[in-house]
Design a protein. Structure first.
Length: 240
């Protein structure tokens, strides 16, 4: 099995089913009026554009600001629902290297726009792993986007694969700002974030996906020296 990083953040116990049900219900109650607000704001903007010739006026700036805030809230509700629901896995033999190669190709332009280099390094490990390919790709996607937020221009992000016949490790390494010693223990805490506009749900969602596969997620980081997120997975079907 891949080694665990010393000092890695321990994984908390999953939320009970009742809490998940309540959280999902609250999120749905927010989503309905939110959708109504977005629809009616669009109607209002369209009607104002028919009667006001100056489309650069202050009223349209206000509408654009409201629309951005509503989209931000909608994104949060989407993430909250994903966090509230236990991952439903569809397990199959996943060709892990091609999955990560596709993800690297997909995220390359986004990283390039920020001036950050993204690469995939195969250091070993099995050709396939029994997993839900969509969920696993989403977990790694979250880690790369989290790394991208923390990495300045001319920095690097590396997705590395290693392991043996018994286990697989997927690492996401970055040369970003890293985490302070006081912040690291809270890295997987739901709703905790140090970034303006962040939901604080990306890492908790990733952890739940990994745990559902019978694996672990750990974070190793030093302030000013970057971070390494490590997904460790069994190669065969999850236990239990």
């Amino acid at each position: 099995m891949p080694e665990r990083v010393a000092g890695a953040v321990p994984v908390a116990e999953p939320h009970p089913p009742l809490a998940e049900s309540i959280a999902a219900g609250i999120a749905h109650e927010v989503r309905n009026p939110l959708n109504a607000l977005q629809i009616n704001l669009g109607i209002l903007e369209q009607e104002l554009r028919e009667i006001l010739p100056d489309r650069t006026g202050h009223v349209f700036e206000v509408i654009a600001k409201i629309a951005r805030e509503l989209r931000s809230l909608d994104d949060f509700v989407t993430e909250f629902l994903r966090f509230a629901r236990p991952p439903q896995l569809s397990l199959e033999a996943v060709p892990i290297r091609s999955l990560l190669a596709d993800l690297t190709t997909f995220l390359g332009p986004e990283c390039g726009r920020k001036g950050v280099s993204l690469s995939l390094v195969i250091e070993g490990g099995p050709e396939t792993v029994v997993a839900d390919g969509f969920q696993l790709k989403h977990a790694v996607l979250n880690l790369v986007l989290n790394a991208l937020q923390a990495t300045p221009a001319r920095g690097t992000i590396v997705i590395a694969v290693r392991g043996d016949a018994a286990g697989l490790a997927i690492e996401v390494r970055d040369t970003g700002e890293g985490m302070a010693e006081a912040v690291l223990p809270r890295a997987f805490e739901a709703f905790f974030t140090t970034r303006e506009g962040g939901t604080g749900l990306g890492l908790p969602i990733t952890r739940r996906i990994v745990e559902a596969h019978g694996g672990t997620l750990a974070m190793h980081s030093h302030e000013g020296e970057g971070s390494v997120a490590i997904i460790s997975l069994p190669v065969g079907p999850r236990a239990g």
